[in-house]
Design a protein around this ligand. Sequence first.
Ligand code: AMP
Ligand code: ZN
Length: 480
Amino acid sequence: MALKLYNTLGRRVMDFVPIEPGKAGFYGCGPTVYNYAHIGNLRAYVFDDLLVRTLRYLGYEVSHVMNITDVGHLTGDDDSGEDKMLKSAAERRESVLDVARYYTDAFFADTDSLNIEKPNVICKATDHIPEMIALIKRIEEKGFTYSAGGNLYFDVSKFPTYGELAMLKLDELQHGARIDVDKHKRNPMDFALWFTKSKFEDQALQWDSPWGRGYPGWHVECSAMSMKYLGDNFDIHAGGIDHIPVHHTNEIAQSEAATGKRWVNYWLHNEFLVMGSSKMSKSAGGFITLKTLVDASYSPLDYRYFLLGGHYRSQLQFSYDALDSARASRKSLNDRLLAIKAKVGSASIPPASGLGKAATARLDAFKLALEDDLSSPKAMAELWGLLKDQSIAPAEALAAAYDMDRVLGLGLKQLEEPVGADPELLAWVESMIEERKQAKANKDWAKADAIRDELKLKGIVLEDNPSGTKWRLMDTGVRS
Ligand code: AMP
Ligand code: ZN
């Protein structure tokens, strides 16, 4: 079977046919770095990772591009409200760039501990202002823009297929538009390509442009950066479903207005992580970060396991009970794997391509599950089936499990070499403990806590007692 993906553009499952055989260009909308990612946001990035790992598993050479939004994203996606970065910087009394740096680092610490592979290109909006200006010029030359109140807007009435992705007609979109719309807009759905005087005149981040000194709109960032790294037409673009009606709809309009042709072939959107009846969001009360979970002694991989247990196109209910059962399942999965590993001992592990009938059948079913619009729950069920199948020789089961983990990313190979036995990591943990001891001696409690947290993110828990500090691995119980 060929890989099938549900394309939001057209609302149906389609065969994935790449532009260039064997290659896949993929752009996933990255974070706006004004705060920590919450676990709902992280669902979007684990989904991106599932997609990228699946494409690679199926043999595609993937070019994965992700942006970091550090300017221009307002609290309302429709150009309303304040700039998220400026608001956060003012609250923290720090510069926008310091805030961006801090939360970018925090974001990648989270994605690392979730075993999310780093994108091939990570591009910051503030590093790509010339590309954005060049793209806006192209759009302007084609006659899709107008200036009002000092800003340059995209005129959606000039773009006949506006709203195609959201499957809404312009009048329906207008119907749902906000009442307090920017008075400079001719149409409520028009959006700013470049801001100058209308907002935040005193903001630190401004650039000269043909339309005056100012800064870009949020949507144009993604179009300009994706086109720079992937070309004017590329394979896949992804994000959460909240991006369908505004952000991605606007990205399509401005990109296709500039090029006059189809921009992205497949649009993939992950459903929300919800808590009770509401979507997890930064403004809502239930703001849970990965650190919240780690502080409650869950491993980041328990959360990854929990996410993979749901299909990306279904809403997922978060609760601590559900996370507890994911943790328990992951523990018994790991125990099974370690037991198989013990049976294999020092015998060599065969290559995944040369396994017997039963193990190969499991791998085939696993691949089919992924090809079926990335069904991670079915893929996980195949891993379980493999580990429970007594007819498969331990070395073959191990080989197949490691092969599946190239996609699942549950760290099964690391279980093979407990951290306690890895001298490099052992030395690092010891040096961190020593550094923390020094920090405590200097009464630098913030640093001491930060070191504890950093170790915790790696699954290492510190236990202080009168004779000194001991550490243990959160999952396997390996101790110092
Ligand atoms: P943001 O930093 O707000 O642009 O969000 C980053 C990514 O997280 C985007 O792809 C959003 O669509 C996605 N997202 C936001 N909230 C949730 C949620 N509760 N569940 C899943 N994805 C979400
Ligand atoms: Zn985007």
